[in-house]
Design a protein around this ligand. Structure first.
Ligand code: NAD
Ligand code: UGA
Length: 479
């Protein structure tokens, strides 16, 4: 872009983002990098998270993120716990806090918990003077902006506000590439001038035709719908994977055959042990709750099946391990390769690995877990959490299972040493580079490998001596 074609900078804009998580951190770092004249402050109540953002070891692992942060931090990007100061000194405030599924009360297990969003709106109302643009960056149920506007209207100091919806579509592991060249940026709102102000920020590096503007409710609903459609594709191909296993078809071949139809397209057709991540399940359940709320029971049931199918797929994987290992894994060692919900992230939220490990531990297996980016502390926390009962307690038996039967190691070879079976849970590239002869030699025989991501070459492994069970394909016996 030549200097004359660079859009004029949004004059003296100061941005604050509440929430320094997987979305707030990377999105704000990208805005700060691309717009050196805009001062961006990211605030969070979590002191240790902010300390990490200010250190050399960022709180989240994301390829390319460190370089982006380092370019802007100390120049026009600040991380702080001073929420009030951040709000006061900014013209535009993004709300990028977590919106997890409610665990208790009305709508428990389905509705989004909007406590943190509401707290942000109240804090903005309390601290603001003058006019501010409030931007919903968190994923929210349609019509949340109505509640946000009502709270802001009660601002004690006479401040006025425009509310915009600007949902984020980045995927973890590719966040920087997604932020640099998004398929689209979506801005929903009522005030044309507020929409324009935000569009001018993105326009600094994103072509104008990719910046879509809609009304508030379409924008809020589009985000939930996008995630529901993406997850639906994964559940659809996973449903077909079960039929492939029963019939001798190969799910990757089927995915390729259907994905070349330009009306279907090739993306999001990779069969797996089940989708994870903090959002797919949460957002579909939220959609289901909304449909029920608006009396659309049939629509709710339709979307709920996407989550039901995902649970089925995770369960099918752990059941297959137990059945194949002669109907018992008790006191058998199983190597768990990968714990993150996908490669290139340290995020484990709703990772399929958590549920597969839970099932195997219940069956008495000894698990040796390795993930290149997930800490032992995180793995143990996740396993404790998954064993919580309805009163959120973990029984002594389950605590003991985790203490005694779970070992976390620092490489894949160590994990598979003396193992009866390997379960590939995350598609980390490094698993494709391993010396599988060495792995096989150090395992108990017969050596089983369950590839929950279909990333390893089954025929080649069979020639080494493995019995390989992938997703949606016949098992490959040692040749
Ligand atoms: P996160 O849990 O990583 O981060 C949220 C942060 O908000 C936390 O650090 C928390 O301490 C902070 N916070 C909560 N309440 C606060 C308050 N009142 N004041 C200050 N800080 C507060 O969550 P995330 O993954 O970044 O997701 C944020 C939102 O973005 C969610 O609605 C999610 O659905 C959506 N989203 C997430 C992704 C993703 O890849 N993770 C992608 C698109 C959209
Ligand atoms: C997803 C969406 O892709 C983003 O657009 C969205 O912004 C984000 O959710 C969100 O709202 O949080 P993310 O969950 O980070 O992003 O990662 P995905 O690449 O979508 O993968 C989600 C899960 O589906 C992973 O467990 C992945 O392994 C699984 N998956 C994905 C498959 O099993 N098969 C596929 O073909 C694709």
């Amino acid at each position: 872009m030549s200097p004359s074609s660079i859009p004029s900078s949004p004059n003296n804009l100061r941005i604050c983002c509440i929430g320094a998580g997987y979305v707030g951190g990377p999105t704000m770092a990208m805005i700060a990098k691309q717009c050196p004249e805009i001062h961006v402050t990211v605030v969070d109540l979590n002191q240790s998270r902010i300390d990490q953002w200010n250190s050399d070891v960022l709180p989240i692992y994301e390829p390319g993120l460190k370089e982006v942060v380092e370019q802007a931090r100390g120049r026009n990007l600040t991380f702080s716990t001073d929420v009030e100061g951040g709000i006061r000194s900014s013209d535009m405030i993004f709300i990028s806090v977590n919106t997890p599924t409610k665990t208790h009360g009305m709508g428990a297990g389905r509705a989004a918990n909007l406590e943190f969003v509401e707290k942000c709106a109240r804090r903005i109302a309390e601290c603001s003077v003058g006019h501010k643009i409030v931007v919903e960056k968190s994923t929210l149920p349609v019509r949340t902006a109505e509640a946000v506007k009502r709270i802001l209207k009660s601002a004690p100091n006479g401040a006025t506000f425009d509310v915009l919806s600007n949902p984020e579509f980045l995927a973890e592991g590719t966040a920087i590439a997604d932020l640099l060249a998004p398929d689209r940026v979506l801005i929903g709102g009522e005030s044309a001038s507020a929409i324009e102000r935000l569009a001018q920020v993105y326009e600094r590096w994103i072509p104008r035709e990719k910046i879509l503007t809609t009304n508030l409710w379409s924008s809020e609903l589009s985000k939930l719908t996008a995630n529901a459609f993406l997850a639906q594709r994964v559940s659809s191909i996973n449903a077909i994977s079960a039929l492939c296993e029963a019939t001798g078809a190969d799910v990757d071949e089927v995915a390729k055959a259907i994905g070349t139809d330009s009306r279907i397209g090739p993306k999001f057709l990779k069969a797996s042990v089940g989708f994870g991540g903090s959002c797919f399940q949460k957002d579909i359940l939220n959609l289901v709750y909304l449909c029920e709320h608006f009396g659309l029971a049939d629509v709710a049931r339709y979307w709920e099946q996407v989550v039901v199918m995902n649970d089925y797929q995770k369960k099918r994987f752990s059941t297959n391990i137990v059945r194949t290992l002669f109907h018992t894994v008790s006191d058998k060692q199983i190597a768990i390769w990968g714990f993150a919900f996908k490669k290139d992230t340290n995020d484990t939220r709703e990772s399929a690995a958590i549920y597969v490990c839970r099932d195997l531990l219940e069956e008495g297996a000894r698990l040796v877990i390795y993930d290149p980016r997930v800490s032992e502390k995180q793995i143990r926390n996740d396993l404790l959490h998954v064993f919580k009962d309805q009163s959120l307690e973990v029984s002594a038996r389950h605590r003991q299972l985790i203490e005694k039967n779970v070992t976390v190691v620092s490489d894949a070879y160590q994990a598979s040493n003396q193992a009866h079976a390997i379960a590939v849970m995350t598609e980390w590239d490094e698993f494709k580079q391993l010396d599988m002869h060495r792995v096989h030699q150090n395992m108990q025989q017969p050596a089983f490998l369950f590839d929950g991501r279909n990333i390893l070459p089954a025929e080649k492994l069979a020639s080494i001596g493995f019995e390989v069970h992938g997703i949606g394909r016949s098992s490959t016996l040692p040749s």
